[in-house]
Design a protein around this ligand. Structure first.
Ligand SMILES: [Zn+2]
Length: 391
């Protein structure tokens, strides 16, 4: 095992090449949402469509945003039918409303699903065709409408990413449609908007953000830019999530989580994700395990698996030292403690997963897109061992 001194002596070494363009203006602070009208007008917009869900309407956030947008002299329409894990049908309905409203700017307000629906709508509205035409990277040829992203959870980091995650309505296959043009032009990070989250959403999205920081820190695509975001995202999320869980009204801790989740999104944009997300997706698809819960449950085992590579041990140890931990084992246990505090399950047996079902889950995990970015080569047999250990 390496010591802190070993890590400090390794600040030299080869740096990965990168090509980085900051795409999203980030406006952060309490009551930042009050600037939404002015920001939309600055982008030259006259007719806005707010894409959100009924919960955000009930919390009063959507109405407030509409007031600021109207006060800035813009016409405003609302599509409030966003569902969790949006599908091609949800996107089609949103496109219909956007066309009717003749929207020249889209505003995605809510969790990852609202932002994904707004992004998916933007693809079809401006480039035509179907969602599956854009599955992959850089498939859109025409410019898109400006998008303003206003997250009300601290989790996905979608506000800082160019990917729309849309499921096929029939096959339930999740399609990751990535295009630099789909990235939000502005992300408004107002921590006060996250106070209305139900406790279970705070827990699951917070653990997901922490996992984004830890996975993006070590992927094969990691580079000096992603490392900055991953490290700061980890520091912010690891130290603040426990505080938010214990004191949900702690605005300072909420602010740190909000920023940490956005930084983790920027890290993913530059570095992708790894095996914990690959292992989590089949659990969500076949056992209905909520994304953040599934990722959090698999993450400690993945940290221990990856940490056996000396260069990855170095990265984990560097992160651990930033929060007062001293080994990869401590880091994995730190995640286990956060899960416990969040009231999330640490074992797969809580979700009806049995030994018999593991081979099929492991096969599917090995085929996930993110598995190829995991720093340590990982196959179905390795995933089966990870699932067994988590039973
Ligand atoms: Zn995630």
């Amino acid at each position: 095992m390496q010591s802190a001194e070993d890590i400090r002596s390794q600040i030299t070494g080869e740096l990965a090449a990168f090509d980085y363009t900051p795409r999203t203006r980030i406006v952060f602070g309490e009551d930042a949402v009050e600037r939404i009208g002015e920001l939309a007008r600055e982008l030259g917009a006259r007719r806005a469509l707010l894409v959100t869900d009924k919960g955000i309407v009930a919390a009063g956030h959507a109405g407030r945003a509409c007031g600021f947008i109207a006060a800035a002299g813009l016409q405003i329409d609302v599509f409030d039918e966003v569902r969790e894990n949006p599908t091609t049908v949800d996107v089609a309905r949103c496109v219909e409303i956007a066309e009717r409203a003749e929207a020249d700017i889209l505003i995605g307000m809510g969790g990852g699903s609202s932002m994904d629906t707004a992004k998916g709508c933007n693809f079809l509205l401006t480039n035509g065709g179907e969602m599956k035409d854009y599955w992959g990277v850089g498939k859109a040829s025409k410019p898109m409408l400006p998008l303003i992203a206003v997250p009300t959870t601290s989790g996905t980091g979608s506000e800082c990413q160019s990917a729309a995650l849309i499921a096929d309505e029939e096959t339930h296959q999740k399609m990751a449609c990535l295009d630099p043009k789909a990235a939000a032009r502005v992300a408004i990070l107002d921590p006060l908007l996250t106070l209305s989250q139900p406790a279970s959403v705070t827990a699951c999205t917070g653990v997901d953000a922490l996992a984004h920081a830890l996975e993006s820190a070590v992927t094969r695509k990691r580079n000096p830019i992603s490392a900055i975001y991953s490290r700061e995202a980890f520091r912010l999320c690891f130290l603040s999530l426990a505080r938010v869980l214990e004191s949900p009204r702690d605005v300072e801790a909420r602010s740190r989580m909000q920023l940490g989740a956005a930084f983790a999104g920027l890290a993913i944009e530059n570095s992708m994700l790894g095996a914990a997300h690959s292992a989590a997706n089949p659990l969500t698809a076949h056992h209905g395990v909520v994304h953040g819960q599934a990722v959090g449950l698999m993450l400690p085992g993945v940290i221990e698996f990856n940490g056996l590579l000396p260069e990855i041990e170095t990265v984990y140890l560097d992160l651990a030292l930033h929060v007062g931990l001293r080994s990869v084992h401590d880091l994995a246990n730190g995640v286990r403690r956060v899960l416990e505090l969040a009231g999330l399950a640490a074992k797969l047996s809580s979700f009806d997963v049995t030994s018999d079902g593991i081979p099929a889950l492991a096969d599917e995990a090995a085929k996930q897109w993110t598995a190829q970015f995991n720093p340590r080569e990982i196959d179905a047999a390795d995933f089966a061992k990870l699932y067994e250990a988590a039973l």
